[in-house]
Design a protein around this ligand. Sequence first.
Ligand code: MEV
Length: 314
Amino acid sequence: MNTPASGSSHAKIILIGEHSVVYHQPAIALPLPAVRESVTLTLRSDNVQQLISRYYTGARHDGPQQLQGINQLVDELLVRFNAADAGFDLTINSHLPAERGMGSSAATAVAIIRALYRFFDQPLSHEQLLVDANISEKIIHGNPSGIDVATASAENPIWFMAGTQPVSIPFHLHGYLVIADSGIHGQTGKAVRAVAQLRETDPFLADQAIKGLGRLAYTAKSALANDRLADLGKVFDQSQVFLQRLGVSHVRLDEMIGIAKQNGALGAKLTGGGMGGCMICLAANEATATQIRLALAKSGVAQTWLQPLKSEEH
Ligand code: MEV
């Protein structure tokens, strides 16, 4: 046993393909290594299993309902390692805003799994990590495609299709992504259920939007590979229209998208589950990105991030 043992992960941003990815359409997502999460496990001399986090500190099974997914994950791993009665402090340190479409629950799962495997000195393959993280994601999101976990554990931007291995894709793009938090809790589980329901009540509309988003993922892939920033901007705008039709946007996100466009964004859309959470927009240069961030801040947006879109190796 290693004590203390740590595991880490990071935020993710879906560039294109949220929701349609649940229905086997492709999506593109990028890791945000600068927005990190880490988990540390420290052995205790008693058999108390204590969780220490910004939202809750105390015995992990006495915590709020939102911890159900994480508790189930930890329970299953402890049984696997014959250590159901082990006593430990599990400390979560996160810079990710929770429930904002940045993959906070997936990042937590990935960091916990890495920490637990290290704690019990067990080898962990990437495939096993993805399978294990699905335990909590299923409880939290109902029908996860796996994209959040795949990106929270990836080093490079990925092309993702449910049921297949994610593939790293190069970015040759001279542009900037501005990510802005609406301050409203996103509701991924609810949004995923709303889309499932729309497929029942209006299959034609839902199917058109889902397939449209899938086609846009291919256009985005080609724009990224060939430095066609304006094309990627159009992809953002068109996908936002489809996401609105699916009913997963939010009036505040729509407002923020309008502000970004008025201040020079080449395209803007929600990112992640929607119904709150974050929006992303594309800026041709740092000056425009700064102008957009200032305008959003003036309208009450508390937090924005800036991400260059050029891969490290290019
Ligand atoms: C959530 O970040 C992305 C969704 O497509 C759900 C999923 O893929 O599991 C909304």
